[in-house]
Design a protein around this ligand. Sequence first.
Ligand code: ZN
Length: 468
Amino acid sequence: MSAGADRYSLVVKGGTLVIPGVGRVCADVGIRGGTIVALGDDLASPADAVFDAAGKIVLPGIFDPHAHIGNERAYEEEAETETRAAVLGGVTTIGIFLRSLEESYLKHLPAFRKAMDERSYVDSVFHPQIFTEEQIEEIPIYAEQFGIRSFKFYMSGMPGIVKSITDDVLLHGFRTVAGLGADAIACVHCETGVLIDAARRELQKQKDGTLADWEHAHPADAEALAIQTALYLAKVAGAHLYVVHLSSRQGLEVVRNARRQGLRFTVETTTPYLGIASDDANGFLVKMVPPVRTKDHHDALWEGVREGTINTVGTDNTSRCLATKKPEAGLHGARPGLPVLGTHLPALLHYGRERNVPLEILIDSATRAPAKTYGIYPKKGTIAVGSDADLVVVDLDLERTVRAEELQGMSDFSPFQGKTLRGWPVATIKAGDIVARDGKIVGKPTGRYLPRTASKVAPDVPWIRPQA
Ligand SMILES: [Zn+2]
């Protein structure tokens, strides 16, 4: 045997692979360099290292399509600290919603990209958030020069944080995105601004309140109505709509009706909306926009995940520290934003399995479905020969109580803190290297920014999953 040619750099041995679209397969994974090169029983070639995954499940590295980086501290710093928390939690790729409220992204994209190439533990794609007509005009340049295929629009902004765009600007944005090609994605924060404004005025009459009161600041009807509008405008423009962070039963009902009419679009929810309710004991630590809602909405969102009307599950991670979150400032003063990259996979597994949602569906929503949507499948989002060797080895029975300091991001709190979640990663493998093991970082930040190439093929996600 020629020295080295057949040698694996790493073999993940004896685990049960969960392969989206295939199911559970007992097989070893042979890795050379950063790529999966073999799957099979008892891989025979020698290996530099062997990871014993017996009794564990092996998942594709988790792709969180919805993260914010640099909203609290410098972008470069969070590119390191928040992706460290991510990789420790089994997330190996993130989609980052970039923020430049006024200026052209051409001023910022080189630095954003450099940070992800030099400091990140995870791979990344970019979704610039579009606020100005100038930015809309530059969308083709962002695509051409930086390989960006997805852009985000806020129908309703967040008072004091980001502004809203009007429907005419949204339509112009949709048309520009559609002009890039069938694979381009228009992500939308769907809330109708005037309904939010009215609800907030009403809530201002109230001096104090609880997290449950905050739910009324962003009524579910405002989400449902905005989805209806966005669907119509996307249809007019021929754009592929991606509804970010669906949070309500009413919103889901609009999505279902539109799917029944044959409209093709993609819908995301997040682990906080699936697991944390508005009566949560952590109170304003969990303040978010849109708000976490009552358990009735959880029931609806889980039905959506199970039946496939909700395609992807992300985080909407926006890291903060207690000093800026200010939970003690209450209903009007506490700031939205949740550090949740490190708890994403455990929360998905814990709350999903509590409701008997099949593991294959949970994993699909956090790997293959977002990877297909954003044009990085099958490099990401599956376990296959030729795919990137990003894997997460999970002990489904491992229970841990969430403590912020163990998550290793920059935040000193977690909205899940104090909760015991079942199902945690015991190792994360990124590009063929073991980067995290038993709750500790053991590798280096080797993440890369992933420019995407244009494709004539529209995102191919299941619209309604065939029912068993
Ligand atoms: Zn977001």
